[in-house]
Each structure stands twice: as structure tokens, then as C-alpha cells.
Design a protein around this ligand. Structure first.
Ligand SMILES: CC(C)(COP(=O)(O)OP(=O)(O)OC[C@H]1O[C@@H](n2cnc3c(N)ncnc32)[C@H](O)[C@@H]1OP(=O)(O)O)[C@@H](O)C(=O)NCCC(=O)NCCS
Length: 192
């Protein structure tokens, strides 16, 4: 069974550092020292270990979006207070058999219950097929394409606490600003 465990920084740092240095993670997360610095700076309330039957197999974290950073790659219209989530399954033996999408669903439930952001977003390279499949399986919607400079072509995915319908009536119209379908990327630097 997949579940989330609290992170104890001192206890779990070596394990997370080891995972970040593995090729299947660093290919998408980039420089492992940057990932480790993020781990060190993350408050207890904003990350978790992913475990299978109590054995840690991966890591998930979330932080408030920086609207200026998003605007710099042409992503506009994401509500203030939204969260950006990142995930990896570190144990190579655990990949591709459901833990990533299950862990995302658990993390979404936790974050919407405890922090209640207007939106949770995740970004991934257009080449990262496994991440795209896992994001979609956990209820995210592919929302915008953008060019992330050296990281190349990327997709933005978004998840709301309630998966939106496309029907708008006067009684629910006030929720429209929470609908990722309304996100409009600005013209990107490379003519998106
Ligand atoms: C992305 C990641 C978290 C997904 O977790 P996962 O446990 O491997 O994915 P899941 O098993 O939940 O897969 C969800 C779907 O993706 C599919 N999938 C998984 N790996 C795949 C691959 N390499 N190619 C194509 N589809 C793949 C699964 O078959 C599943 O679909 P299905 O249920 O219809 O069969 C994991 O692959 C990972 O940690 N990768 C390295 C780090 C990374 O890329 N992080 C995200 C960066 S943005």
C-alpha cells in the first residue's frame, strides 16, 4: 500500500540525497545539489516521503508559486497562493507500477485539506512521458505549453480540489477564477 510519511530532515537527508543523484531522477530534476538545497529549505508541512508498506520509495514536495517566475516563461493567470508540486520515485524497482500517481492523489488530498490553495500545478518536460501519464492518472489537466529555456519544451498541469466541469451556471459562476481551463499562457519568448 502506498502512503505518505513525515520527513525528518536529519534522518532522511542521506536517503533523499542518494535518490537525487540517481540518473532516472537527475535526468528530470537536474543538478542534485539544487534539489538537496530545496529539501533543506522545505518546512515539514510542505513535503513528505512516499512509502510502500512503510518502506520509503520516493519524495514529494510543494511550495507557493512565484508569479514573476511563471510570467517569465509566459505563464499568466495562475491564481496567487497556488502551489507548485514536484515528485520523484527514487527506488528504481518501484517505478511504473502505480506509486507516483497514487502518491500524487494522496498529496493532493492532504494539501487541499490542510492548505486549501486555489490550484496545485506541476510542470514537466514534454519528453517525460511517465510524468505526464502519472499526472493525468491523478486527475490533473494538461493546461498550457511553455518553453523553459535550457529545460526545453514543457507542459503545465493543474489540479483543483474538485475536478471542474465545463458547465457554468449563474450559481457556480463565482468559482470561475479557480478553473485551470481559463489559464491563458501569454505569447512565449519562442512564439508559443
Ligand atoms: C514521474 C513518476 C513520479 C511517475 O511515477 P510512476 O510510479 O512511475 O508512475 P505510475 O506507475 O503511477 O504511472 C502512471 C501511468 O504512467 C504510465 N507510465 C509509467 N511509466 C511510464 C513510461 N516510462 N512510459 C509510458 N508510460 C508510463 C503507467 O503505465 C501508468 O499508466 P496506466 O495506469 O494507464 O498503466 C516516476 O516515473 C518518476 O519518479 N520519474 C523520475 C522523476 C520524474 O520524472 N519526476 C517528475 C518530474 S516533473
Amino acid at each position: 500500500m502506498i502512503h505518505l510519511l513525515p520527513v525528518t530532515q536529519a534522518q532522511h537527508r542521506p536517503r533523499v540525497a542518494g535518490w537525487l543523484a540517481m540518473g532516472h531522477v537527475s535526468r528530470w530534476w537536474g543538478d542534485s545539489s539544487v534539489g538537496l538545497a530545496q529539501f533543506d529549505d522545505t518546512p515539514e508541512t510542505h513535503h513528505a516521503l512516499i512509502a510502500r508498506d512503510n518502506r520509503p520509495i520516493g519524495y514529494v514536495r510543494w511550495e507557493r508559486v512565484d508569479l514573476d517566475d511563471l510570467a517569465s516563461v509566459g505563464l499568466m493567470g495562475i491564481p496567487e497562493g497556488s502551489l507548485d508540486m514536484d515528485i520523484f520515485i527514487g527506488d528504481p524497482d518501484a517505478l511504473g507500477c502505480g506509486p507516483g500517481s497514487t502518491a500524487l492523489s494522496l498529496a493532493f488530498d492532504r494539501v487541499f485539506n490542510r492548505i486549501d490553495p486555489p490550484l496545485i500545478m506541476l510542470c514537466t518536460s514534454a519528453q517525460n512521458i511517465a510524468a505526464q501519464a502519472a499526472f493525468e492518472k491523478s486527475g490533473c489537466q494538461r493546461t498550457a505549453h511553455f518553453d523553459d529555456g535550457p529545460n526545453g519544451s514543457c507542459w503545465l498541469y493543474a489540479r483543483q480540489s474538485v475536478v471542474p466541469t465545463r458547465v457554468t451556471t449563474p450559481s457556480n459562476a463565482h468559482h470561475d477564477n479557480r478553473d485551470p481551463l481559463l489559464l491563458r499562457p501569454a505569447a512565449s519568448r519562442h512564439g508559443y
